[in-house]
Design a protein around this ligand. Structure first.
Ligand code: PLP
Length: 385
């Protein structure tokens, strides 16, 4: 049934395959996520979203171990039944405080948060305005919502304002990634904020998956732009990326969170996250709230990588975040470049359509990388020119 379509993907160089990690010879490495062992090749990993290197931190593993002494491994039920623990509630309080928000709600993943919350908040008769490059989970949330959808040009607040003017009725929802996961650029959150503030019945929904722990000293996109949360702003953040754990949260007004508790299907109809995972997320967010060293190291590594790749003559789509999308040619050339890097023990995968319109290498920098790792990347990029 699918063989012809799979063959077409192979012919176009677009077949996706999974490369799972093997165990690393850990004694040789600082962080098991900064170095990976795939297909029996040990590589420096520039393909993770573990921006602060927390996923391998004993801070998280110890917290999870401690939780398992008091709670069972599995949650056993959804939050609305018996799946939550005091750790879930504490994590929500901590996430709300971290985002300076009134309230927060934990979701099982960022994908589930976006799909559930957008569909629950934007209802029949409402209008969603979505950036054309928003993450697939936002796109799917919009598809599930009964609201009308309008797509605005990427990061174009003027186009957004023009579309908003055309819509005379219904609540309005402006939805955007704060950091775009494949281009690494930052949404003009300041302009979106000003626009939404000037309107009535308008919610600004920020997917801060790649901003949390990274931008604004770690607090995220609002802090990056010097903005404070408002009752009409909803912030989604993930524990799965810079926080090194798993799951997500939505922070907003108490009213919004109460509405989500009553209507977000991904919360209501799915088993809660296990207490060990919640404890690790709690340890991560507590750590970065008081210790900026991970964030500082991330940006030091980012600066070195940007300088090195630029000096080698390559174009980075956006240099403002740890997601460095480097264009090296068409699909075949990008795959070949990634392969050459691989042979030099650098893992930086090619990202191709349909995930993106134009192929690129996606190089992500982490605080877990040592100076030697970053120099090895720059050396390899120079060798492959
Ligand atoms: N939003 C954005 C912008 C993302 O890049 C991702 C993950 O890739 C998600 C949401 C989904 O988050 P999670 O991996 O926790 O499901």
């Amino acid at each position: 049934m699918f063989s012809d379509d799979l063959k077409r993907l192979i012919d176009q160089g677009l077949l996706r395959t999974i490369s799972d990690r093997e165990r690393t010879a850990q004694e040789k490495f600082i962080s098991p996520l900064a170095h990976v062992n795939i297909n029996r090749t040990e590589c420096i990993n520039f393909a993770s979203n573990d921006y602060l290197g927390l996923s391998a931190s004993p801070i998280l593993t110890k917290a999870a171990e401690e939780a398992l002494k008091s709670f069972p491994f599995g949650a056993g039920a959804s939050r609305l039944l018996s799946g939550g623990t005091m750790l879930h509630a504490l994590l929500e309080e901590t996430a709300a405080r971290f985002k300076c928000s009134e309230s927060a709600l934990v979701f099982n993943s960022g994908y589930q948060a976006n799909v559930s919350c957008i569909a629950a908040l934007a209802r029949d008769g409402d209008v969603i305005f979505s950036d054309e490059l928003n993450h697939a989970s936002i796109v799917d949330g919009c598809r599930l919502s009964k609201a009308k959808k309008r797509i605005y040009r990427h990061c174009d607040a003027d186009h957004l304002a023009a579309l908003i003017k055309e819509e005379k009725s219904g609540n309005k929802f402006v939805v955007t990634d704060t950091v775009f996961s494949m281009d690494g650029d930052i949404a003009p959150v300041n302009n979106l904020y000003t626009l939404c503030k000037s309107l009535s019945n308008t919610i600004l929904y920020l997917d801060d998956a790649h901003g949390t722990g990274v931008l604004g000293g770690g607090r995220g996109a609002l802090a990056h732009f010097g903005l404070r949360p408002e009752p009409w702003i909803v912030q989604m953040g993930t524990f799965s990326k810079a926080l090194g754990s798993f799951g997500a949260f939505v922070a907003g007004s108490r009213e919004v969170i109460n509405w989500l508790i009553n209507t977000a299907r991904g919360l209501i109809y799915s088993t809660a996250l296990p207490p060990g995972v919640i404890a690790a997320s709690l340890a991560a967010i507590t750590t970065i709230a008081k210790d900026s060293s991970f964030n500082v190291k991330l940006w030091q590594n980012h600066k070195k990588a940007v300088e090195g790749i630029s000096e080698a003559g390559f174009k980075i789509i956006c240099k403002e975040t740890p997601i460095l999308a480097v264009t090296v040619g068409d699909i075949a050339e990008t795959l070949a470049f990634s392969d050459k890097l691989w042979q030099r023990h650098i893992y930086a995968p090619a990202i191709r359509p349909p995930t993106v319109k134009t192929p690129r290498l996606r190089i992500t920098v982490s605080a877990a990388h040592s100076d030697e790792d970053i120099y090895a990347l720059i050396q390899a990029v120079n060798d492959c020119r």
